[in-house]
Design a protein around this ligand. Structure first.
Ligand SMILES: Cc1cc2nc3c(=O)[nH]c(=O)nc-3n(C[C@H](O)[C@H](O)[C@H](O)COP(=O)(O)OP(=O)(O)OC[C@H]3O[C@@H](n4cnc5c(N)ncnc54)[C@H](O)[C@@H]3O)c2cc1C
Length: 403
C-alpha cells in the first residue's frame, strides 16, 4: 500500500485536529487531508482562566482558523451530523456526505448548560459567570471587580470535564483578588464539588489544601449543582452518596462561577463509534478505535481515562500520527507507539503562583522540571510559563506540528 493518495478525514479542527493534521503533513506532504470544522475562529481555551482573573487579554485567545489550517490540507467549513463508519463516510449539516479511507475524530466536549435548571437563561449576567466559553470569560473578571463582599460560590459538576483544575484555579485567583483588595474578611469563598477530593494526587492535594486554608475557603464535597434561582440568588445542590442524590441543599450567593456539566457531543453519542458512556471508544494506548480499525480518536471526545487537556493532546498526537501512518503503510500497526495517559494541569493558586501538576494514567506524577523545580509547590516560574511560554508554544509550535 502506498502512503499517498489516501483520503484522511479529520472531524474537528480544534487543538487536536489541527495538531494532528500539521504533524501528519510534516511527515508526508503528499497526504490527502480534509478537515471538517465549522468555526472560523480558533481558541486558546487554556488562557480563559487567566482572562476570568483579569490577567490575560481575551482577544489574545482567538485567531483565525484559516491561519492554522496547515498548507496542503483542505478545509470543509461544516458540521458533521452523522458518522457512518460501516460505509466509511460522514454526513454534513449542509446535506452532503464525505467519504474517507481513514478518519480521525476530535470534535471536543459538549457543554451541557441546559442540564442545570435555570442556567441557560441566567449565565453571563447578575453575577452568574463561567470561564468555560470565550464570550463569558471576561464577565467573570467584571463580576470580580464589582464584588464588594459576601458569598462567592465555585462549582464542579459530576461529569467528566475539560481541564479538571479550571473550576478551582479561578477560585484561587478570585480569593487572591479579594485578599489584595482587603475584601477577604468580608467574604466567604465556597468550593462546591460533586467530587470527594480537591485533587486526586496527594502531593499536589497537600499543597492545594494549604492554599485553601490560606484563603479560608470552605469546601463542600459531594455537592452537585442542579438549579440556579437568579431572582433569589440561590444555588440548589443535590447531595450525593455513592453517586446518587440523597438530599438537597440551597446556598445563597453574591457571585457564582459555574463549571457546567459536560458530555460527548450528541452526534458522537448517537454513533456506532461511542462506548456505553457516549465517548469515542478507542484503545487507551494506541488511540485506534476498538471496532473500526481505520478510525482513530483523540482529545476531549474520547473515552480514554486521562485528564482532558490540551497537554494530553500534545502527547497523544505523535502516538496517533505514528500509528495511523504505520497502518496506512503496512495495513496493520507495527511497533505501535503507546500513550501513557500523560496530562498536565497548571493550577494557578494566586497572582504569580502556580502548581504545575503532571501525571499519567496511574496518577503517577511525571514532573518535567524535576529535580530543578519542585512542582508540588507554588512557583512563580511556572506562573510565567503559563502566562507567556505556553500560549506561544500553543500557537507557534503545537498547532504547527512542531511540539
Ligand atoms: C476554562 C478552560 C481552561 C483550560 N485550561 C487548560 C490548561 O490549563 N491546560 C490544558 O492543557 N488544557 C486546558 N483546557 C482544556 C483544553 O482547552 C482542551 O482540552 C482542548 O482544547 C481539547 O481539544 P479538542 O481538540 O479535543 O477540542 P477543541 O479544542 O474544543 O476542538 C473541538 C473542535 O471541534 C469542532 N466541532 C465540534 N463539533 C463538530 C462537528 N459536529 N463537526 C465538525 N467539527 C466539530 C469545534 O468547532 C472545535 O473547533 C482548558 C479549557 C477550558 C475551557
Amino acid at each position: 500500500m502506498s502512503n499517498t493518495n489516501h483520503n484522511i478525514l479529520i472531524v474537528g479542527g480544534g487543538t487536536a485536529g489541527i495538531t494532528v493534521a500539521a504533524q501528519l503533513l510534516r511527515q508526508n506532504k503528499a497526504l490527502n487531508i480534509t478537515i471538517v470544522e465549522p468555526s472560523e475562529k480558533h481558541y486558546y481555551q487554556a488562557a480563559w482562566t487567566l482572562v476570568g482573573g483579569g490577567a490575560f487579554d481575551i482577544n489574545a485567545t482567538v485567531r483565525a482558523e484559516a491561519d492554522y489550517i496547515p498548507a496542503g490540507a483542505k478545509w470543509v467549513k461544516d458540521y458533521v451530523t452523522q458518522l457512518n463508519p460501516q460505509e466509511n463516510s460522514v454526513t454534513l449539516a449542509s446535506g452532503g456526505k464525505l467519504s474517507y479511507d481513514y478518519m480521525v475524530v476530535c470534535p471536543g466536549i459538549q457543554l451541557d448548560w441546559h442540564k442545570v435548571k435555570g442556567l441557560p437563561e441566567s449565565i453571563g449576567k447578575n453575577n452568574v459567570c463561567s470561564n468555560y466559553a470565550f464570550n463569558l470569560a471576561p464577565y467573570t473578571w467584571e463580576c470580580l471587580q464589582n464584588f464588594k463582599g459576601g458569598n462567592m460560590l465555585f462549582t464542579n459538576p459530576n461529569t467528566p470535564i475539560k481541564c479538571g483544575g479550571a473550576p478551582h484555579k479561578i477560585m484561587y485567583l478570585a480569593s487572591d483578588y479579594l485578599r489584595k483588595h482587603n475584601l477577604l474578611s468580608k467574604s466567604q469563598v465556597h468550593y462546591t464539588s460533586a467530587g470527594g477530593v480537591i485533587f486526586g494526587i496527594k502531593s499536589y492535594a497537600d499543597t492545594l489544601n494549604k492554599v485553601i486554608e490560606r484563603y479560608h475557603i470552605k469546601t463542600h464535597f459531594f455537592h452537585n449543582l442542579k438549579e440556579i434561582r437568579p431572582d433569589k440568588r440561590e444555588a440548589v445542590y443535590d447531595i450525593l452518596k455513592d453517586g446518587q442524590p440523597v438530599d438537597e441543599v440551597v446556598m445563597p450567593y453574591d457571585m457564582i462561577h459555574i463549571t457546567p456539566p459536560m458530555s460527548a457531543p450528541d452526534f458522537i453519542k448517537q454513533s456506532p463509534l461511542a462506548n456505553a458512556a457516549g465517548w469515542i471508544d478507542v484503545n487507551k494506548n494506541t488511540l485506534q478505535h476498538v471496532t473500526y480499525a481505520n478510525v482513530f480518536g483523540i482529545g476531549d471526545a474520547t473515552g480514554t481515562p486521562n485528564a482532558k487537556t490540551g497537554a494530553a493532546i500534545r502527547k497523544q498526537a505523535p502516538v496517533l500520527v505514528h500509528n495511523l501512518l504505520s497502518l496506512i503503510k503496512n495495513g496493520t500497526i507495527e511497533q505501535a507507539k503507546s500513550y501513557d495517559g500523560y496530562a498536565s494541569c497548571p493550577i494557578v493558586t494566586g497572582y504569580g503562583k502556580l502548581v504545575l501538576a503532571e501525571f499519567d494514567y496511574n496518577n503517577n506524577p511525571t514532573p518535567t522540571f524535576a529535580p530543578f523545580i519542585d512542582q508540588t509547590k507554588e512557583q512563580y516560574s511556572m506562573w510565567l510559563m503559563k502566562k507567556y511560554a505556553l500560549p506561544f508554544m500553543y500557537w507557534e509550535l503545537m498547532l504547527k506540528g512542531l511540539a
